[in-house]
Ligand binder design. Structure first.
Ligand code: PLP
Length: 403
């Protein structure tokens, strides 16, 4: 008789659902379909020759260490490099004890969930929020307080109201999960005034902040704003950073900065998860920064993505019906589209596939999947021609639905 696995699975694994995005994206596996759905960097930009040369040097000169197990916290030289970069950025009092390396930000999110969330615990998330963050928190059976966004990021007035309500009801909110720069999926950036307010609320209500910032360096215009960890004076912010969008996601490398006692907890949780992130890619990333390649690579990324973003906004103006609205990001990789409420973007997805264009359904970005009149578009991966054609196809479909 075959084994009945269902009574072996943990409660947690029974609660896990495959990400709606990843399920839908299986339908996109057809070269004729123009995908505006993914969240990937443009692979034609990857600094392949530079990484090849650095890798050769790393394996020849540090091969014994690069191919060996490493410290769970990360290799010392990369941590020191990132501390220097963090201090340059303006993070006060940062030391190597406040910084650990992770297997990119997705691991940092999973570890955050493991370190902080008991089943039924409450966390605050932006609505919409990053689907991978929600998936990580869902696995640990989080409860959500959702706070909407507008063009200046999270609505701090509503955040304040909800934090007060939670306190009055005796709820211990474990953290707020915020993506302040060029948010995924909404593309919006938290204003300076609201950043200060968020920090103030964190202090007032004793709620830590998990600041997830993969896109801050991919700014096309305007002044860089101080990060939340930079603005915080008392160590309430745990900052997640990643090499995925500023170098290459295939390295699977990121880092966390924050209170050193909290970092110790993360290290213990990480030990059980993977012992260490690959020392080989840590050496490569470290040498890439130390040899000064990051700025020129980022300049190329910013220039290319800006061109693609402009092409997408122009195509949206040209092909989309006027009843449809969208965000105008100043950086990052995404545009967030709002359609009239009578159009259901989940139902429309299959028709879009028939028209050979794909997007990500808005509902994937809400913890309770309640939203049906948004969709996310990505401009970093498609070519300029694909952007124009893809938006044209989607625009034609939307025009048929408008009444
Ligand atoms: C907001 C946000 N956080 C985290 C991640 C995870 O990235 P990685 O694990 O590659 O660092 C992504 C990836 O798209 C993201 O958009």
């Amino acid at each position: 008789m075959t084994l009945d696995w269902s009574n072996k699975f943990s409660r947690r694994s029974k609660a896990m659902k495959a990400s709606a995005i990843r399920e839908l994206l299986k339908l996109v596996d057809n070269p004729e379909i123009i995908s505006l759905a993914g969240g990937m960097p443009d692979p034609t930009l990857f600094p392949k020759e530079t990484i090849a040369a650095i890798s050769k040097d790393v394996f020849i000169n540090h091969g014994g260490k690069a191919l060996q197990y490493g410290a769970t916290e990360g290799i010392p030289s990369l941590r020191e490099t990132l501390v220097k970069e963090g201090i340059k950025e303006g993070i006060k009092g940062l030391t190597v004890d406040n910084l650990i390396i992770t297997t990119a930000s997705q691991q940092a999110l999973a570890l955050s969930a493991e370190v902080f969330i008991n089943p039924g615990d409450t966390v605050v998330v932006e609505a919409p929020s990053y689907v991978g963050g929600l998936q990580a928190f869902n696995a640990f059976e989080a409860n959500y307080i959702t706070v909407p966004l507008d063009d200046e990021g999270i609505r701090v007035d509503i955040l304040e109201e909800k934090l007060k309500q939670a306190k009055d009801n005796g709820v211990n909110v474990k953290f707020m999960y915020l993506i302040p720069n060029f948010q995924n999926p909404a593309g919006v950036t938290l204003s300076l005034e609201r950043r200060k307010k968020v920090i103030e609320l964190s202090h007032q209500y004793d709620v830590p902040i998990i600041e997830d910032d993969p896109y801050g360096e991919i700014r096309f215009e305007g002044e860089k704003l101080p990060s939340l960890i930079q603005l915080d004076s008392i160590g309430n912010v745990i900052a997640l950073r990643t090499f995925s969008k500023i170098l290459a996601p295939g390295l699977r490398l990121g880092w966390i900065m924050g209170n050193k006692d909290v970092m110790r907890k993360f290290v213990i949780a990480k030990q059980a998860a993977d012992l260490c992130s690959p020392p080989s890619t840590q050496y490569i990333a470290d040498e890439f920064i130390r040899h000064g390649h990051m700025e020129s690579y980022l300049a190329l990324v910013r220039k290319t993505y800006k061109k693609k973003k402009d092409a997408m906004l122009e195509a949206l103006e040209r092909y989309f019906p006027e009843e449809v609205k969208w965000t105008k990001p100043k950086g990052g990789m995404f545009v967030w589209v709002t359609v009239p409420e009578y159009i259901n973007t989940t139902e429309m997805f299959k028709e879009a596939i028939q028209e050979k264009v794909a997007y990500v359904i808005g509902s994937a970005f809400y913890p309770h999947g309640e939203d049906t009149h948004h969709l996310r578009l990505n401009f970093s991966l498609p070519t300029l021609e694909q952007i124009d054609q893809g938006i044209k196809r989607l625009g034609n479909l939307l025009k048929k639905k408008i009444h």
